[in-house]
Design a binder for this molecule. Structure first.
Ligand SMILES: [Zn+2]
Length: 396
């Protein structure tokens, strides 16, 4: 039997599988406890589009040249037909119709406009880069360099259950396989990380992962690795800060501000406005401006990502937001400071030739954070090194 097994690795990605869930939902996650090694993962700053590039390619926002899905466009922003701008602009002030208009025009234009005011669209542009797991991602990744087959959501596979089923069918294939499950993220945002809905979602996810692992052991010789990108915090407060109330209307010669779910990124052209913005932000009680040292640490030092970046405290949603409007519905959120325990994801692994411990991998040169007394932890940007090490074989 063992001679028929193929030499291939299986990587299962679970969006927003928080490290904390293993304590909060132990019986639901028991099937995953069977993976012999598990450590916490420190996400990068920001959201999935960047964290996935860190995980799969070791690429920070500074390496990629973009941070978050929408960015300030100094040489001209997203072009929309004039009639859409006029019609949308007229609806900008109205919450309900504006949301409907954004949804309709996003479909027409084939780009997610979230809730960006139509009159501000000319200041910003969407990141011209696909997700890091896509085969069209322009930089080398673990998946592209090792020739991974990718089993991910699409038109035919909308649910995690469909993806898991397709993964089981791929197990006798000789190629390394990447599987992506995403429902815990959606449920975390919609229902909250401590909710009953989360409990059910995690039970389903654990079952799917366990069945893929079982099939992997039956058909494959190679490591099985489970990993996630970040955790999730409950939203406890919505904090109002509309920059135009303090700085006047945004524009190409004054300033632009993009409000993501947890961050306000400012690009400022006028020194007086910069001073006014810094004073206004320093007075806020629910967030703080990231300093240069911290921005370097998280690979977001380039001023292209914002002259000033305000990061909200854990559980705070700034409103109005360019991605959630004046009344965002999320009750769970990530993208807070990567050092917060709530934001940590996990990496767990198994190897058929005897699973190396985190300590052994560290001795073999893997950059793991945490000292000998603390639990070992890996940064998102170092994950691909860990995965490559396990795929190469048990370190000696
Ligand atoms: Zn999310």
């Amino acid at each position: 039997m063992s001679t028929e097994r193929v030499e291939a690795a299986t990587l299962v990605f679970v969006d927003a599988l928080a490290a904390e869930y293993f304590e909060r939902f132990p019986s639901e996650l028991r099937p995953l406890e069977a993976l012999p090694e598990r450590i916490e993962l420190e996400p990068g700053m920001g959201f999935s589009i960047n964290i996935k590039a860190e995980l799969l390619g070791g690429l920070t926002p500074d390496d990629l040249g973009f941070f978050c899905k929408w960015n300030y466009a100094p040489r001209g922003g997203f072009q929309v037909p004039r009639w859409i701008r006029a019609l949308g602009g007229a609806l900008d002030g109205t919450q309900f119709t504006s949301r409907l208009a954004h949804r309709a025009f996003s479909r027409v234009l084939g780009v997610d406009l979230f809730t960006i005011p139509f009159r501000e669209l000319e200041l910003f542009a969407p990141a011209a880069c696909p997700e890091a797991y896509a085969s069209s991602f322009p930089h080398p990744t673990l998946l592209s360099e090792l020739g991974f087959r990718r089993v991910v959501h699409g038109r035919r596979m909308r649910r995690d259950a469909d993806v898991a089923r397709a993964a089981l069918q791929a197990m006798d294939d000789g190629r390394h396989t990447y599987v992506s499950l995403v429902e815990p993220d959606a449920v975390g945002h919609r229902r909250g990380p401590g909710s009953e809905g989360m409990r059910r979602a995690l039970a389903a996810t654990a079952h799917q992962v366990a069945s893929i692992w079982e099939a992997h052991r039956r058909h494959r010789r190679g490591p099985f690795i489970l990993f996630s990108d970040h955790g999730m915090a409950p939203v406890r407060e919505r904090a109002w800060f509309d920059p135009s109330e303090v700085l006047g209307p945004p524009g190409r010669s004054t300033y632009a501000c993009f409000s993501d779910s947890t961050m306000l990124r400012f690009w400022i052209h006028d020194p007086e406005i910069r001073t006014a913005a810094e004073e206004a932000l320093a007075a806020l009680t629910w967030g703080r401006v990231l300093d240069g040292e911290e921005r370097r640490r998280f690979g977001i030092a380039s001023p292209a990502h914002g002259d000033v970046i305000l990061l909200a405290d854990e559980g705070v949603l700034p409103v109005p937001s360019h991605v959630g409007g004046k009344h965002p519905r999320a009750v769970g959120m990530h993208g807070y400071h990567p050092d917060l325990p709530s934001q940590r994801g996990v990496v767990a692994w198994w190897h058929p030739d005897g699973t190396p411990s985190a300590g052994e991998l560290r001795s073999a040169g893997l950059p793991l954070a945490g000292d000998d007394r603390g639990a070992p932890r890996i940064r998102a940007r170092d994950f691909s090194v860990l995965a490559r090490t396990l795929i190469r074989g048990r370190p000696t």
